[in-house]
Design a binder for this molecule. Sequence first.
Ligand SMILES: Cc1ncc(COP(=O)(O)O)c(C=O)c1O
Length: 391
Amino acid sequence: MTSRFDQKVNRRGTNSMKWDGVDQLYNGENLWPMWVADMDFPAPSEVIEAVQQEVSRGIYGYPVRSSSVDKAVQSWLKRRFDWDVEPKHLVYTSGVVPTLSQIIKLFTEPGEKVIIQPPVYYPFFKVVTNHDRKLVENPLVYDGDRYKMDLEHLKSVIDKQTKILILCSPHNPVGRVWTEQELHELAQICIEHDLLIVSDEIHCDIVFNGLKHLPTASISEEMRNRTITCMAPSKTFNLAGLQTSYAVIFNSTLRREFQKHLSQEFMNMFNSVGTVAMEAAYNEGEKWLDELISYVEDNVRFVQSFIEEHMPKIKVVHPEGTYLLWLDCTDLGMTSSERKQWLTEQAKVALSNGIVFGKEGEPFERMNLACSRETVLEGLNRLKKAYDVLT
Ligand SMILES: Cc1ncc(COP(=O)(O)O)c(C=O)c1O
């Protein structure tokens, strides 16, 4: 049976970073882009129609926050995560990374410490160091199969200067969906040391095989009070270019401070078209999303069996969520720069080189599977051809 996601869309010549920026960025030619985290799928038709209607008005003035968008977000969080959030807890922002950056700037002083858990989404490093805050790394532990948080190491790196832990949940790039038990254990340490938790949950909507994403702030009253949750419809519905996101902040002191800060930085405006898209996506995109999750999960299975059969020196780290696949390339015996060169020059496939996610990512590559099966297969065939020459 064919799926709507089987349809291939030509994105070349559309000012797409993924397709039009790839050759220049990777310094190659005719590269097959399976890197940056955006999807090759059009958003749900309901979203496209709502955006078209908004755009057809022809007037793009300053928007005012609408209660219908608030309700759409509130209802989404309740339906998908059984999470009770009031409109007053929401702060609209223009991108999760800018939100993280402003949180670090506001809630820490230069020289204070912020913890991240690599291998992790690479801007987490810069949102800390760009503001002259001290980056503290608590690397995830990999047992050759699955990743875990290293809570003993976490305890050992916290001191009086440590103020914030940035959690990636689900975790890009390793695809972990943190369990309730893991979140409780982490929470205990954060509470004991009075840390603010910044929980980046941008990937929360794409979770596989019956697993459930649990918002960090939902696990206890104490966590509700010390967590800032960053969310967006952008990964879920392919809306990243519309720069629309929000923070959920229950603690009224933190929320007021953050709102005041955004206003002082002149960052309290939001994208009018983006909020229209978000409202339509959350109100009408659920069926599309459920189909998407199952399509991506099939892509994962497809890649996993292809790699097992044809490229056994590459090991797939089984993802629990996200459309990003983490490939353990240790047995290829190349350094990350050798591998990058091999991928660009021989395979002509652009993956995200694991080292950008931290030194722990050295022997890994990240592959984006939010594309049609045909696109996946082209990437795999290119890889296999180069692999066969290599081995
Ligand atoms: C964990 C994580 N946070 C944030 C972002 C980007 O968010 P934004 O485009 O809203 O800044 C990404 C994109 O891949 C991501 O993986």
